[in-house]
Design a binder for this molecule. Structure first.
Ligand SMILES: Nc1ncnc2c1ncn2[C@@H]1O[C@H](COP(=O)(O)OP(=O)(O)OP(=O)(O)O)[C@@H](O)[C@H]1O
Ligand SMILES: [Mg+2]
Length: 401
């Protein structure tokens, strides 16, 4: 598929996944935007401007159209515009968007509102004017995926960050995964507390561990499935030294995931429950649960070089990660039937001209609306009429001519 798809705005690369794109974005009291309205079509969105202009803030606003704390993962009260003067709406913020999708336009509103006792702490979500029960309802309408410079240290950083990255990838194809991970963590915290309290009832521990085993096995299966599907997409794409992005070899190391891969999944819940029971003295001494899906490690290797990602150069790591995120976008389109919206912050910064053009072609082939930022508009020239260009300056946005 080529640039022509953007004109229809409704068809994906396989004819089944249907494009969803942001048609209108309105912000109020959002970071450095007192208020903003942006009208868009289905083409890619390129935002350029100086450092501190508000480019990443715009991507963050779009990321709030999916569940969770957005692409910066900051507390919600930090998102409200820090205003100099006393403002009765101080602390509140709002993002409104119209998403155009296969079922027609969907209006989404989210943000922190003022309640009777001050600004609320949880963001509210409204879909077509009605309050949604939770932010997960957003997944019925869109998938928002992102790649930001803050993710650059993913391969060298904490294992927990890689697990969170993996769980976000899973969530995009399996909306119940977030609840699963939260349920496991809540049960694990209860178990840790019970272990601390030496007088705790053993049957109470048994029942918490049974809950943990059930969710842990579901988590391990979902993660393994995502990895298998992603491997399939990567294997279908260009691989080898000439590929724009090196193919990543992805695996997950963990006791449960390992057993599933070995085909020993039948009584996995029982095995993990027994392990937790055996480990009680050890875990009590450590003050935490030492084994489980909360300790698994996402392992990534540079395929053509057969080199662990952590040992690759900065540019190689960036290329590996970009390749994974784009492969995932394709997977999401195939599995969910919803063409994701891609937020690619400073995507073109470290690539030479040829690689940049090849990357834009690849992004365009996925068939989604991609939002891209950079300080220099020239970097995006090869996108041509496949993108709409905007200039961002001091919290204001103008269409570039
Ligand atoms: N809550 C807030 N209220 C007001 N301004 C804020 C708030 N949070 C962040 N800002 C400001 O928003 C500005 C723009 O930030 P943003 O990260 O979007 O810039 P950018 O255009 O992506 O810059 P760069 O090219 O350096 O990445 C910054 O100057 C920052 O201080
Ligand atoms: Mg930025």
């Amino acid at each position: 598929m080529t640039a022509g798809t953007a004109d229809t705005g409704r068809r994906g690369n396989d004819g089944l996944s249907r494009r969803v794109f942001v048609e209108t974005l309105k912000l109020s009291h959002f970071r450095n935007y007192p208020s903003l309205r942006l009208d868009l079509d289905a083409h890619h969105v390129v935002l350029t401007g100086e450092n501190g202009a508000g480019k990443t803030n715009l991507l963050e606003a779009v990321s709030f159209l999916s569940p969770g704390r957005g692409l910066r993962r900051t507390p919600y009260d930090r998102v409200a515009q820090v205003a100099g003067e006393k403002d009765p709406l101080q602390g509140t913020w709002a993002v409104h968007a119209v998403l155009e999708g296969p079922a027609g336009p969907v209006e989404i509103g989210t943000g922190l509102q003022a309640g009777p006792t001050g600004v609320e702490t949880q963001r509210r979500v409204h879909i077509n004017g009605a309050a949604a029960r939770g932010a997960d309802a957003l997944l019925e309408h869109s998938r928002i995926l992102w790649l930001t410079p803050a993710m650059d240290g993913l391969f060298t950083g904490a294992k927990g960050d890689r697990r969170r990255f993996l769980d976000r990838l899973v969530l995009a194809i399996d909306p119940t995964h977030g609840r699963r991970v939260n349920d496991f963590e809540r049960a694990m915290r209860s178990r840790n507390k019970l272990l601390e309290d030496h007088s705790a009832d053993a049957s109470w521990l048994d029942s918490i561990e049974a809950q943990m085993a059930e969710t842990a096995v579901a988590i391990a299966f979902a993660r393994n499935e995502l990895i298998a599907l992603l491997r399939g997409i990567i294997a279908d794409g260009p691989t080898g030294p000439d590929a724009v992005f090196p193919n990543a070899e992805i695996s997950l190391e963990g006791p449960l995931e390992g057993l599933i891969q070995e085909g020993a999944a039948a009584d996995l819940e029982d095995q993990y429950r027994a392990l937790l029971c055996r480990n009680r003295p050890r875990d009590r001494a450590a003050g935490r649960t030492l084994e489980g899906p909360h300790r698994s490690n996402l392992d990534i290797c540079h395929g053509p070089k057969n080199m662990p990602a952590a040992l690759c150069s900065t540019g190689e790591q960036k290329a590996l990660l970009t390749g994974i995120v784009l492969a995932h976008a394709k997977l999401v389109a195939d599995v969910s039937g919803i063409m994701p919206i891609l937020l690619l912050d400073e995507i073109a910064a470290h690539l030479d001209e040829g690689r940049r053009a090849a990357m834009f072609d690849l992004i365009d082939t996925i068939g989604c609306q991609a939002w891209m930022t950079g300080t220099d508009a020239h970097m995006f020239e090869s996108l041509g009429d496949r993108a709409q260009f905007f200039k961002v300056a001091s919290g204001a946005v103008e269409k570039a001519t």
